[in-house]
Structure formats: structure tokens, C-alpha cells
Design a protein around this ligand. Structure first.
Ligand code: GAL
Length: 685
């Protein structure tokens, strides 16, 4: 039985760095944690030199002493492999282990994650340190699980070292077998890029204005993902040999250019995530992105995490201001905000929440990334709040193992995500639609899932959902289309937005009539399309009583001739030179229906779809909430738990329409309830 995320208990933890503090503080620190409900700590993820201070010399005493103490006081430990920070002796002697920028300039010692996944030397050094650490520390009774590395693909998710070029060639040979096939897949006849020898192929290199072969970059991104996954798997295979049967393997964070679903399936028992909702208030690009929802925007990341592991852990939950000395400067969490963010994580499926970090570091780049305690370690408001959260955790133990409930899901896949990264036409659509769908669902209190698709299947069965929205599946394979066809044929409802089906899996445009492979499923033909013209009046789609703005892109639709029995035009363009042209077509396919919508989904369009298809605000008979509150529902053994999270800085009134148990107090509650600023409530049936 796993020691955490086992469906039986809700557990609190923190990240601790014994190597940052005098040993004289250890015992007091651990006992204070325990007194505040923290029973698990994560250690050693950046401490390679503590175990192998010089090449080939291994010393275990430091963590032996620490683990002995942990065992003595009753603290459980998640031990980490330290590969995110190779030591100076290693990078100095073997510079080929380093990652490089696109010009081939190496990233030198001094930061972290400066290694590459493909250097044979680094792979060997990794094998050795993981083998040594695991064989020595895994049997220890205080150790309950392992974290692989730290935040794979964080900091940099592109790799341009010589080792990467060499490994890329091997990856491509395995995929294409011969250069003719590669040249065909990459369309190298364009601009005379034809390859005549495998050695002519490199990871992408500097070109002017960053333009390079998009089909190559797509394969390169797949290659990075495969490299990171193989690296996790290498570590996992070693760990498995040594860890106790009931102990677990995880890694933390979800980062770009990495198929986290496949990595988890191959190498992890569950995913853990590092949740810093305060980012909503710091990074410039979040300014626009999170204007409407602020820190609530982080729920979208948690949706991603639970699409990987329905019950997951938070390895690093924000407990103080965030800041490096070089970038980021965010405020300290206000009273109750740590509780709010904790319950945000729990609402989405976290059964383990570990705070980053116990005490704020006094040295290095992260001197402003505050933990629970400040530099002095004195008692403070945030520590008190941890104690309060612990009391709440005790009152919600029955929720452990409960799963988030949603009738609607947004379909995603890594190929389209990666294609959109480098294709600005695709990217513009995806950004607007993804954001609108999330915000519309949040504001209308409509629980929503993400479901990831690949050729083999989906991260959760598609038939779990009444409605699927696949906003812009630009790239499609016949296998994926078959999965969608089966879903609809059996009674599902599928909504597709503009630009669906115009590329194949190499990222090249298909020569078919659009929407390509989706023609049969949608009953639609797209004779013409255009980006909207800046400066023109907004294009409007008329759908029943609704007049919806249709920005960015407009597919001009026609129902396919001869299928009138099945297709219905529901919406038309109202203006522009294509006024009167169909903009929304419904097709009956088997027992289900498909809606092809000719534009991106604005917030209003998203809301109208949710409403017309009967999945909007499913709990309105039970709870009435203001827009500023998030509603999440977890269910276990037929019992539902309703999370109400107030992200606003004002007290709000909610209405509990049927009597329910307030889990924090166990009191039966009905009628109007005041939820204080940043307050949370959990109701049970
Ligand atoms: C995380 C990382 C931690 C720490 C924290 C604050 O991304 O895993 O090691 O760096 O951010 O920056």
C-alpha cells in the first residue's frame, strides 16, 4: 500500500533542505513540523555533492544521520535523485553533459538543469548516482517514496548540444528508416533542404527570424519529449530494483515539450505538481492571461494534472512570496490565501499537499522565494495558518481518493499543442479558445476536464463525457478520427472549431477538401476560409437568438450535398463578404451529434455551447454561487463533496439550497452562508 495517495488519507508535507541548515536545527525543525500536522518531507533533490563529493567517492553519512533522526521523531521522507544539478567536478571534466543554446554555446555551471538527456557520459553518471542513492537509502524505514530529478524540462525545454544532435539522428532513423522517407515527411524539397546523409541533420540551429522547417521542429519536439521520458524511465528502472514494495516513484511539475501522460504511464505511480498560484500576479505574460481570474487561473494547471493522475500530490504548494534575486517579485500570501490555494489543489484531486519550503533560504538565487517560515525561523502567521489547514485536513479525511466529476471535457493532444507552439496561425486560435472555454466553465460553475488523445486511445474513456469540445484539431490521424467517430456513434456530442483537420501528422497541409479526415464525421465542406481583417467591423455569427463574435478566423461552411437528412445549418455569418454563409453545422452521426463551428470559441460562444448542449451549471439546484467562487465536485462511493472557493478579497454570500454537512464543522447547513474573503467551504451530502 502506498504511503500517500492511497485513497485513505489526506496528508501534509513540506520541502526540507537539511544541507541548508546547521544540524543543530534539524530536530527542532522536524518536531515543529509534526506539531503543525506535517508528517512527510521531501529532501535531497539538489544534493549530488553530499553523496558523491568527488568522482567515484561516495559518502552516505550526512543523510544517514538525517534519516536516523527522521525515523526517531516519526517523520516520513520522500527522497530524491539529485540529477537536476550535476556537480562542478562533473561538468568541468565532461562538458559534453551540458545543454547548449541554439548557437551551440554551452550553459555552464552555476544554475540548475544545465545538463542534457542524451550525453552518454551523463546517462552513465546518472545510472551510478541513482544506483548508489537508491541501494543505500531506499531500504531505510523513514523513506516512503522517491522523486525522480526535479521538474523535468523546467527552466529549459529545448536542447541543442552535440549529444542531442547525435541522438536526434538515431531517433529519426528509427522513425523513418531511410532518408527518402524523412525528406518526404519534412517536405525538404521546399527551399532545397533535401538531406543526402544522416550527418547533415542537426537539432534545429540558428536561422534568420527563427524560421526553420516546421515539420522538422515538430519531430524535434517529439524527440525532446522522448528523451526526457527515456531519462525518467532510466531512473525509474533503477529505483524499482531497490525501493520497498509499498513505496512510490513520482516526479514533480508538468512542463513543456514533454508528454507527461506517457511519462507517468511508463515510469511513475502518480504525478505530483508544483503549484504557485501567485505567479498570476508576477509574470508579464500572465497579466493578460489571468486578468479575469487571477490566481484561479491555476485551476487550469490542476485540470492538466488530474488528466494525468486523477488523484495526485502537490510536491510544492506555495507558502510564501515568490521571487528570485534576478526575476519575479510577488507578494506574501494574504491571510487565508494559503488555505485557499491548498483547497484549490484538493478540490481538483490532490490527496497530498506539501509546502515549499519549510524555511526561507538565506543564500543563492532563491533568497526571495519564501517558505512557511522566514529567515529567522520564528513563529509567524503562515505557520499558524498551516496549523489551521491541518485541522481542516483532519475534518476532510473522508475525501481521500474521491475523484473530480465533470460531464464535459476539452480534448487535447500533444501533437497539436506542439504544432501550435511554432505555428502562429494555429497558436492564435488555440489560445483564445482554450482560455475562453476554461473561463466560461469557471464562471458558470461547470466542472470541466481535459482528456488527452493519441492514436492508441485517450487519457480517460471518451464515453465518460456527455460533451467533448475539441477546439482546433488541426492535425489528425485516421486512428484519432476513428476514436472520435466511435464516441459520437455511441451517442456522444462532439464540438469542433475552425481549422479542424487541415494538416496531417507531419504538420503538412492535406490536399483534400477540408475538414480533411473529419469530412465524414462532420458532414461539412469548407470551400473557403479567411483570417478576419483587422480594422473591419467584428464578424458576427447568428445562432438562434444569439449573436456571437467570430474573431481571428472564419471557416465558411457548407453542409455536404446529399446528406440533408443528417445535417442542419444552425448558424450563419451575418456580415462581411460571406454574410449568409453557414457558420455552424450540426451533423447526426450514429446515435450522437457533431457541431462544426466556423470560428474560435469566445467566452460567450463557449457558454452558449455549454448551455444549449445541456451541461452548463449542473449543480444549480444545490448551490447558488457568485461568479468569483469556484465550484468543484469530488465523488467517492456515490457520495459527492462540493468545494466552494472564494477567490475574491470580499466576503460573499452563497446559497446552500439543500441541507448539507459543512465538513469543517460537521454542522448541517442550509440557506444563505457568508464565505469570508479567500474563504473556502466543503459540503458533503
Ligand atoms: C520550483 C522548484 C523549486 C524551487 C521553486 C521556487 O519550480 O522545483 O526547486 O525552485 O520552484 O523557485
Amino acid at each position: 500500500m502506498r504511503k500517500i495517495i492511497n485513497g485513505n488519507q489526506m496528508v501534509m508535507g513540506t520541502c526540507y533542505y537539511p544541507e541548508h541548515w546547521p544540524e543543530s536545527l534539524w530536530e527542532e525543525d522536524l518536531k515543529r513540523m509534526l506539531a503543525h500536522g506535517i508528517t512527510v518531507i521531501r529532501i535531497a533533490e539538489f544534493a549530488w555533492s553530499k553523496i558523491e563529493p568527488t568522482e567515484g567517492n561516495f559518502t552516505y553519512e550526512f543523510y544517514d544521520r538525517f534519516l536516523e533522526l527522521a525515523e526517531k521523531v516519526g517523520m516520513k521522507v520522500i527522497f530524491c535523485t539529485p540529477t537536476a544539478t550535476p556537480p562542478a567536478w562533473l561538468t568541468e571534466k565532461y562538458p559534453e553533459v551540458l545543454n547548449a543554446n541554439m548557437d551551440g554555446v554551452l550553459y555552464r555551471h552555476g544554475a540548475r538543469r544545465h545538463y542534457n538527456y542524451n550525453s552518454p557520459v551523463y546517462l552513465e553518471k546518472t545510472r551510478i548516482i541513482v544506483e548508489k542513492s537508491a541501494s543505500h537509502y531506499a531500504p531505510h524505514p523513514a523513506v516512503i517514496g522517491w522523486q525522480i530529478d526535479n521538474e523535468l524540462n523546467c527552466e529549459k525545454d529545448v536542447f541543442y548540444s552535440e549529444s542531442d544532435s547525435m541522438a536526434f539522428r538515431i531517433f529519426l532513423k528509427a522513425k523513418y528508416k531511410n532518408l527518402d522517407a524523412l525528406n518526404e515527411a519534412w517536405g525538404t524539397v521546399f527551399w532545397n533542404q533535401t538531406y543526402t546523409d544522416w550527418d547533415e541533420i542537426h537539432v534545429p540551429r540558428t536561422t534568420y527570424s527563427d524560421s526553420t522547417n516546421p515539420h522538422e521542429v515538430l519531430d524535434y519536439t517529439r524527440f525532446i519529449s522522448a528523451s526526457a521520458r527515456a531519462y525518467a524511465k532510466l531512473q525509474r528502472d533503477i529505483l524499482r530494483k531497490y525501493i520497498k514494495l509499498e513505496d512510490f516513484i513520482t516526479t514533480n511539475g508538468i512542463f513543456g515539450n514533454l508528454d507527461n501522460h506517457q511519462m507517468t504511464a511508463e515510469s511513475l505511480d502518480f504525478m505530483t505538481y508544483d503549484s504557485y498560484p501567485n505567479f498570476a500576479y508576477t509574470k508579464e505574460d500572465y497579466e493578460k492571461f489571468s486578468r479575469t481570474l487571477g490566481d484561479r487561473m491555476w485551476s487550469r494547471n490542476l485540470m492538466e494534472v488530474r488528466s494525468i493522475s486523477p488523484n495526485f500530490g502537490i510536491m510544492e504548494q506555495q507558502s510564501g512570496a515568490n521571487g528570485w534575486n534576478t526575476r519575479m517579485a510577488a507578494p506574501t500570501p494574504k491571510p487565508r490565501q494559503m488555505t485557499l490555494w491548498t483547497m484549490q489543489s484538493v478540490a481538483h484531486g490532490a490527496d497530498y499537499v506539501s509546502y515549499f519550503r519549510w524555511r526561507t533560504c538565506t543564500m543563492g538565487t532563491e533568497i526571495y522565494w519564501h517558505g512557511i517560515l522566514d529567515y529567522s525561523g520564528r513563529d509567524n502567521r503562515r505557520l499558524d495558518e498551516i496549523g489551521e489547514i491541518h485541522k481542516k485536513f483532519q475534518s476532510i479525511q473522508e475525501i481521500a481518493g474521491a475523484r473530480y466529476q465533470a460531464d464535459a471535457a476539452v480534448v487535447k493532444d500533444y501533437d497539436n499543442i506542439w504544432d501550435a507552439q511554432l505555428d502562429v496561425w494555429h497558436q492564435d486560435l488555440e489560445k483564445i479558445s482554450q482560455q475562453s472555454l476554461f473561463i466560461a466553465a469557471q464562471k458558470t460553475h461547470t466542472p470541466l476536464d481535459f482528456v488527452y488523445l493519441n492514436d492508441e486511445g485517450s487519457s480517460t474513456p471518451l464515453e465518460n463525457y456527455k460533451v467533448l469540445i475539441y477546439p482546433h484539431p488541426v492535425m489528425l490521424s485516421p486512428e484519432r478520427v476513428r476514436l472520435l467517430e466511435n464516441y459520437v456513434a455511441q451517442g456522444g456530442i462532439l464540438i469542433l472549431g475552425c481549422r479542424s483537420g487541415y494538416k496531417d501528422m507531419t504538420g503538412k497541409c492535406v490536399m483534400d477538401k477540408l475538414p480533411g479526415l473529419l469530412t465524414n464525421l462532420t458532414g461539412v465542406d469548407i470551400p473557403e476560409y479567411t483570417r478576419t481583417c483587422p480594422g473591419d467591423e467584428p464578424v458576427i455569427i447568428h445562432w438562434g437568438q444569439e449573436r456571437l463574435e467570430a474573431p481571428v478566423f472564419n471557416d465558411q461552411l457548407a453542409a455536404q450535398p446529399g446528406r440533408e437528412k443528417y445535417t442542419r445549418v444552425l448558424g450563419y455569418y451575418e456580415n462581411s463578404y460571406y454574410a449568409g454563409t453557414p457558420a455552424l453545422v450540426q451533423n447526426t452521426y450514429g446515435k450522437g451529434k457533431v457541431y462544426y463551428y466556423g470560428s474560435v470559441f469566445t467566452e460567450r460562444a463557449a457558454e452558449v455551447f455549454l448551455e444549449k448542449l445541456g451541461v452548463k451549471t449542473p449543480y444549480q439546484a444545490i448551490l447558488e454561487l457568485p461568479e468569483c467562487c469556484e465550484l468543484a465536485v469530488r465523488e467517492k462511493d456515490g457520495k459527492k463533496y462540493y468545494f466552494v472557493l472564494n477567490y475574491s478579497r470580499e466576503n460573499v454570500t452563497i446559497r446552500v439550497k439543500c441541507p448539507m454537512r459543512n465538513l469543517y464543522t460537521q454542522a448541517v447547513t442550509a440557506g444563505d452562508v457568508t464565505v469570508e474573503a479567500y474563504g473556502t467551504r466543503i459540503f458533503g451530502e
